[in-house]
Design a protein around this ligand. Structure first.
Ligand SMILES: NC(=O)c1ccc[n+]([C@@H]2O[C@H](COP(=O)([O-])OP(=O)(O)OC[C@H]3O[C@@H](n4cnc5c(N)ncnc54)[C@H](OP(=O)(O)O)[C@@H]3O)[C@@H](O)[C@H]2O)c1
Length: 313
């Protein structure tokens, strides 16, 4: 099969399209004929030697944690999936999952069936980003109807899903994005849209129950002042999580980091919301698998609207 491989940590030029042996489904796994792979910031961070690079084992390494495709073979002990099922998943994180490839093996409890309403490229972008938004809002923050939720980077891969999931939970949602993305985040359901390039958040916004922080660093620290007493920030970028948590402690704010976890049951809940018309994934761009390096460059620019996805022939 064809797969993108990283042969040495570094930039996009270190990725190459190689011919490799396809994987074989072990007990509890399915083999997926992959049709698309989602791209996330953790992909280029890991390839450059940061991110999850400590967990991926020896190089060469096939990047990618999100996939969507058709079940081609079923390993021993798998009863929930059959050959021919259309599925999508977020696999094995933070260990290597190898989704930038024509075939991928997935633990059966880390995938879900793809409903007809969820187009294959959108499904490929949903796993990591959607579960991050879900786990931040529900598992970490316990979002409730009527709460005020602020999403920093509301136009991004995680943020645009977090806005919709918070709305589906009945929250009042405030999103931040640049001027170019104000109409986009309004279309997702934001009750208030803030242009972060011209507004000082800690001055203009108060009484927030939950902040989902997709930016980190100084932006996150400044936003802490928007929380009401007892409010909570879930900060996503792990590189700055410790400094944001320390600032929270100094100011008397609750701050939690997160590491998104594979979860097939929660993926099925996302798929159900999708079918019900309460969730949609916006594709920033789709590129062919061979252009994975270009996709990493685009992701690293930090201004994608929605998700980048690689299509697999
Ligand atoms: N801990 C975990 O388990 C976990 C899981 C997923 C993601 N993450 C991390 O969370 C972060 C967000 O992930 P993502 O996939 O959503 O990233 P992304 O899709 O690359 O985010 C891009 C978005 O960020 C927005 N943005 C950039 N600077 C901003 C600012 N100062 N204020 C508001 N918005 C800003 C951009 O909007 P404009 O173009 O309008 O500026 C763009 O839409 C990344 O650092 C990622 O690594 C962590």
């Amino acid at each position: 099969m064809k797969a993108i491989r990283l042969h040495a940590f570094g930039g996009p030029d270190n990725l190459s399209l190689d011919e490799v042996a396809p994987p074989v489904a072990a007990r509890g796994e399915v083999l997926i004929r992959n049709r698309a792979a989602g791209v996330n910031p953790i992909d280029w961070k890991t390839c450059s030697g940061g991110g999850a690079s400590a967990f991926i084992g020896e190089l060469p390494y096939i990047p990618g944690w999100e996939c969507a495709g058709t079940v081609e073979a079923v390993g021993e002990g798998v009863s929930d999936f059959s050959v021919g099922d259309e599925v999508f998943g977020f696999l094995r994180f933070p260990e290597a999952a190898g989704c930038y490839a024509e075939s991928v093996c997935a633990p059966a409890n880390q995938i879900a069936k793809r409903p007809a309403a969820l187009e294959v490229n959108a499904a490929a972008g949903l796993g990591l980003a959607g579960l991050t938004a879900w786990q931040a809002l529900h598992d970490k923050a316990g979002v409730q109807a009527g709460q005020r939720v602020l999403v920093l980077a509301a136009a991004g891969g995680v943020g645009h899903l977090a806005v919709q999931l918070a709305k589906a939970a009945g929250a009042y949602v405030i999103g931040t994005a640049s001027a170019d993305n104000q109409a986009f985040i309004a279309s997702l359901g934001c009750d208030e849209c803030i242009d972060y390039t011209s507004a000082n958040l800690s001055v203009s916004l108060r009484d927030v129950d939950i902040i989902i922080d997709g930016v980190g660093g100084a932006t996150a620290i400044e936003a802490l002042g928007c929380l009401k007493p007892g409010g909570l920030m879930v900060t996503l970028p792990s590189v700055t999580a410790a400094e944001v948590a320390e600032a929270g402690e100094r100011g008397g704010y609750r701050v939690l980091g997160i590491r998104v976890e594979p979860n097939g049951t929660e993926l099925a809940e996302l798929a159900a919301l999708y079918s019900a018309g309460q969730l949609t994934l916006s594709l920033a761009q789709t590129l062919p698998l061979a252009e994975a390096g270009r996709a990493h460059q685009l992701s690293a620019s930090g201004h994608q609207r929605g998700k980048l996805v690689l299509t697999v022939a």
